[in-house]
Design a protein around this ligand. Structure first.
Ligand code: SF4
Length: 75
């Protein structure tokens, strides 16, 4: 499972890191959502793979995002 955040369109609402704090967090510099470092893919702050126990909340976060910029693909 690969999760991608289109960070350029993030409105920093906080829904994703509230719903899934083990996988998403707020970037302290630009305030947008990013993936927690240990789950990033190739060091990309906007793309990563959650462990199995965080897959459900990652889906919840994608559903809750008001601007629908979190996408989930099978890996
Ligand atoms: S839920 Fe969407 S808009 Fe809100 S902080 Fe997360 S990625 Fe950004």
């Amino acid at each position: 499972m690969i999760v991608t955040i289109d960070r350029s369109s993030c409105v920093s609402c906080g829904s994703c890191w509230d719903a899934c704090p083990g996988f998403f967090e707020q970037n302290p510099d630009d305030t947008f959502s990013q993936i927690i470092e240990k789950f990033r893919q190739d060091g990309n702050i906007g793309t990563g793979t959650p462990p199995v126990d965080l897959e459900a909340c990652a889906h919840d976060a994608a559903d809750l995002c008001p601007v629908q910029i979190i996408t989930i693909a099978d890996s």
